[in-house]
Design a protein around this ligand. Structure first.
Ligand code: IVH
Length: 680
């Protein structure tokens, strides 16, 4: 598991090792924001530029590429609580072209390698990819892409999507692997949000994240309640089905009973048919651009595929993407609007964020009214002042962002406040942090509210019905004052009935939700505490290590540091949180109310490797690092990401770097992959 901490400032100078390390860290961080938090901070184009820079550096200095480099690994982190499914054929990604020039370069290479081949173009669906495996014509397993090699088992959830055939029609191979995209139609998304708003629940940000969250529910009934759709675009084992091209695959998929791009585009000016040559493709891309908003589902580009399977195989693949595919992405839409004023908001950790209040403007089909300006440095960089005319877009097509000022209104520069706009405490700046904070964690109403909203959010304790407006009302009425006090609400029915817009039904629903939240999995409980730097993924890692609330309360800095994926900054903030008297009090009160299921530790403590710690470094040839680590854990040992005096063995593969050096410096025993195999 890759470390996911915000990278420091980019190092100056040209040292390739330092630059590569920084780029890899930055890409991991942005992967984490995109996949685990669904809150990207940079655009696809910016991400792509970082990725290319790292690829170029690694091409020039192959010794810098580690097996877990973001240039090698594909995609997302996995949820710890869904079963894992290995993909027989890895699910790769697609090379992107962000503009016409890049597309032309791709076509030039293609023409050199494969000649003037037939191509087929389809929408690039903005959902999440999914694999279906059919055995003897029956749906046996459905899984998400995960990291490309191993995905998550979402079979019961996928079965609730009405258009997914449970049984194939006609003649089919014994085993069939089909891939496609699960998504939510624009209209269904708008209706869902409208309903949530009426219920006073928090609304969703965009269809893609909603589809992802909905499909990856542990309780399939929750998936069933979401308006999921799916389209199927690929047969992963075409040879078993006697298929010779992508167009044949599409027709076969239709015969078996799947919805394909050909079905979805019926009646639109777009059609799925083969064509040849770069000009024809670019012409079609323009039609896709023009039709984009008229389609009932979101697309973020067009996928170009070499039609013929033999030619596809001939072309082969790069480490992460096959050469026969290109995704031509739409440029993010930019719009002009006016920044009416600059407000500051107080987050749940006290962070003060300046926000541009905008004259509402539609960007990429969504109305934008606010855009974060992040911090004082960003305000200065942009030179933004109230009244200015600005250009905005949606970063990663999601988060609104001010790109630049196009016309100044000549107002006075914005002055950053010295006191909290909510509780008037004097603001502070801690150490090296760029962020300015309100230090009044217990008394500042914005922070108290933020803590409660976070605690009950969907990805934490999942108490539906506690969106900001409702929490604010309950706080104002003095019915709650911190997260544990939520559990007193079932005894305060009469008081709640006095509140405006609170009827019997709404109260019943909320109480039921509160009762349901009493037995969370430990990871969610830890995440719900709102410890700084502890996101969902990290909370899962910590839960696996500590096993219970007691384990958490007794966790040591050393123990946390040993967890793969938890670095010193995270460990320190957990320890700081746990040592705070107030926080311990909160946890004590919570444990009277909620009873997280204990996690059985992965480490059995018994077995061949009991008491030993292994570190793997360099590229292994017989198994992946993940597999090797599982073998260690299965035998009662520990696998760690960093070498210390306590490390029993460092297993060094090819091109081992700094960890090997550290092992030698510390006198830790270094063995080869073969030695390790012999030990097994
Ligand atoms: S073909 C190697 N066709 O885009 C993957 N993928 O950015 C071959 N995607 O993981 C898949 N629309 O989830 C294909 N019409 C389409 C697609 C499509 C969206 C997704 C797919 C892939 C991702 C890469």
């Amino acid at each position: 598991m890759a470390e996911t901490q915000k990278p420091e400032k980019r190092p100056k100078g040209k040292d390739p090792a330092k630059q590569a390390e920084w780029l890899a860290d930055a890409l991991r961080w942005h992967n984490h924001l995109y996949y685990s938090k669904a809150e990207p901070e940079i655009t696809d184009a910016e991400y792509d530029a970082l990725m290319r820079e790292l690829e170029a550096l690694e091409a020039e200095h192959p010794e810098l590429q580690s097996p877990d480099s973001p240039t090698v690994q594909v995609g997302a982190g996995l949820r710890t609580d869904l079963a894992k499914v290995e993909h027989r054929v890895p699910m790769l990604s697609i090379e992107n072209a962000m503009n016409e020039e890049e597309a032309r370069a791709w076509f030039k290479r293609l023409a050199e390698d494969a000649g003037d081949v037939e191509l087929i173009c389809e929408p690039k669906y903005d959902g999440l990819s999914c694999e279906l495996v059919y055995e003897d014509g029956r749906l046996s397993v459905a899984s998400t892409r995960g990291d490309g090699k191993v995905g998550e088992d979402v079979t019961p959830n996928v079965k609730t999507i009405k258009t997914v055939p449970l049984k194939l029609k006609g003649k089919f191979p014994k085993r069939l692997e089909v891939r496609g995209e699960v998504y939510i139609e624009k209209k269904a998304f708008a209706e869902l949000n409208e309903r949530l708003e009426q219920e006073g629940a928090k609304t969703y940000v965009n269809p893609r994240n909603t589809a992802s969250g909905s499909l990856r529910q542990i309780d399939y009934r929750k998936s069933a309640a979401r308006p999921l759709s799916a389209v199927w675009y690929q047969v992963a084992n075409p040879e078993d089905a006697g298929l010779n091209s992508q167009s044949e695959s599409i027709r076969a998929l239709q015969r078996w009973g799947f919805l394909t791009s050909a079905d979805l585009l019926k009646g639109s000016p777009l059609q799925v048919k083969t064509l040849k040559g770069v000009e024809a493709v670019i012409g079609l891309f323009d039609v896709f651009k023009a039709q984009r908003h008229a389609l009932p589902f979101e697309i973020d580009g067009m996928v170009v595929k070499v039609d013929d399977h033999a030619a596809q195989l001939e072309l082969g693949a790069r480490s992460k993407s096959p050469r026969y595919l290109l995704a031509m992405k739409f440029a993010p839409e930019e719009r002009e609007t006016v920044c009416e004023q600059i407000e500051v908001q107080v987050g749940r950790t006290g962070a003060i964020t300046p926000v541009a209040v905008l004259v509402p403007v539609k960007v990429g089909g969504v109305t934008v009214t606010h855009a974060s300006l992040h911090n004082a440095d960003e305000i200065e960089r942009l030179g933004i002042r109230p009244g200015d005319t600005v250009m905005v877009h949606r970063a990663g097509d999601v988060i609104p962002k001010v790109l630049r000022v196009v016309k100044s209104a000549g107002a006075k520069p914005f002055k950053f406040p010295t006191h909290c706009p909510r509780c008037d405490s004097e603001l502070v700046k801690l150490g090296e942090e760029v962020v300015i904070r309100c230090p009044n964690h217990l008394g500042c109403p914005a922070q108290v509210m933020g803590a409660i909203v976070h605690f009950s959010s969907r990805t934490a304790m999942n108490i539906e019905g506690l969106a900001e407006k409702n929490v604010e009302q309950l706080l104002e009425a003095g019915l709650i004052h911190d997260p544990p006090s939520l559990y007193e609400l079932p005894g305060k029915r009469d008081e709640m009935l006095q509140l405006e817009r609170w009827g019997e039904k709404k109260i019943d629903n909320l109480i039921e939700e509160i009762e349901k939240s009493r037995t969370p999995i430990l990871a969610k409980f830890i995440y719900a505490l709102g410890i700084r730097n502890v996101g969902e993924t990290v909370a899962g890692l910590i839960a696996n290590e500590v096993g219970s609330i007691d384990g958490l309360l007794n966790a040591t800095d050393e123990q946390l540091n040993e967890i793969e994926g938890v670095g010193p900054i995270i460990a320190e903030s957990v320890i700081k949180f746990l040592h705070d008297e107030h926080n311990r009090g909160l946890i004590e009160r919570l444990r009277g109310e909620v009873h997280p299921k204990e996690v059985k530790k992965l480490v059995a403590g018994e077995g061949k490797f009991s008491g030993m710690t292994f570190v793997f470094t360099g590229s292994l040839t017989r198994f992946t690092r993940d597999e090797a680590e599982v073998m260690v854990r299965d035998r009662g040992g520990k696998a760690s990401g960093s070498v210390s005096k306590k490390t029993s063995y460092v297993v060094a593969g090819e091109n081992a770097g700094s960890k090997l050096k550290k092992a030698n410096d510390l006198g830790v025993k270094v063995i080869t992959e073969d030695d390790f195999l012999a030990m097994l």
